[in-house]
Design a protein around this ligand. Sequence first.
Ligand SMILES: Cc1cc2nc3c(=O)[nH]c(=O)nc-3n(C[C@H](O)[C@H](O)[C@H](O)COP(=O)(O)OP(=O)(O)OC[C@H]3O[C@@H](n4cnc5c(N)ncnc54)[C@H](O)[C@@H]3O)c2cc1C
Length: 347
Amino acid sequence: VAGVACASALARSGLRVTVFENGRGFGGRLSTRHDRETGVSFDHGAPKLDCTTDQFRQWLESQEKEGRVARWNGNFATVEVSMEEKKCSVRKIEDETPKFVGTPSMSTVVKSLSSELPLDGRFGVSVKTLKKEGKGWVLKGLEKDKEFSSEVFDTCILAVHASRTADILQGSAVHDEFAKVAGEVDSIPSYAMMASFEKPLPCPSVFDHAVVKGSNVIYSITHDSAKPGRSTESDIWVAHATPAFARQHFDEDRNVVAKMMKDEFVRIMHMICEKDIPDPIVLKGHRWGACFPRVSEPLPGHCLFDPSSGLGVCGDWCAAASAEGAFLSGSSLANAILKLHEKGSKM
Ligand SMILES: Cc1cc2nc3c(=O)[nH]c(=O)nc-3n(C[C@H](O)[C@H](O)[C@H](O)COP(=O)(O)OP(=O)(O)OC[C@H]3O[C@@H](n4cnc5c(N)ncnc54)[C@H](O)[C@@H]3O)c2cc1C
């Protein structure tokens, strides 16, 4: 989010921007997993966008008009699990914070940020180090397992999670101060269980998204199929693990971890609905190493920027542990860079 928000704001102002992305497309933690065999999709990263600022709301509403995002007036709840009593209670959350989702999937959110602009996206590039060359920057790393070195850019923006930011800067021996700030931000891991059922589960409308309390395994459950603009061909559920469970099972076989989470999901749903929960037709696991940064205090200006060297840093960890935080951070960095360009062109 942060990188594309920044890049698209710069491109909108006429600057030429190239984005190097490790994955196969833009999305990061707002990605959607598409199962090729069955054609079903899962929002396995952020299940929703919580919106607390006018800036983010205005952008979301502009995308809503284009049909790329939709307001999710879902049924949000807390599930209290008592394993001893083998009981679960569901309590509706009266939360006024507007919530949005990408349509038809969460990955549309980042795609829509980038779609209308002449952004040069280079995918499958893992940036490892930055090198100062003259007045510019060269990015080095791996492109599809082969050594890669970029052309020279006059400004370089790092929009990756905090520990990777610290690794890249330390490995490049540049900007110790920025590396130190990033290195101090810890991240919480998670694990996603993605399950698709042939028919709707026999417990309709108990909740669309719930934070689970009292389970050592599951932190939240989302009924993906209940989001606006989703296909109703199968019934899709995504559960996210507690940080402790994710840490404990992080390096284990993904199918085994997904099965453990599915068993807990079935136990919880069975306690709620008092009906048998069938086996899913698709079950997948995905691990998230850096799911949420622990942001104790937002950075001043929501980003880091050194005008003299042309190095900028943004990401959710600079502002708030949310997609909104990432959006604000990327947008702030773009403003700082554009101000510098304006000054330069007036001189
Ligand atoms: C399971 C889960 C649940 C969440 N729930 C919510 C929620 O309910 N509401 C909410 O608002 N937010 C939620 N979030 C958080 C939200 O998704 C993030 O805060 C936000 O997406 C972060 O955006 P970002 O741009 O800072 O980082 P990212 O989305 O992580 O983007 C960083 C990008 O950099 C790429 N990259 C990393 N390293 C390199 C490298 N070396 N070279 C090249 N590219 C690289 C990555 O592939 C990625 O695309 C959740 C996240 C997860 C994982």
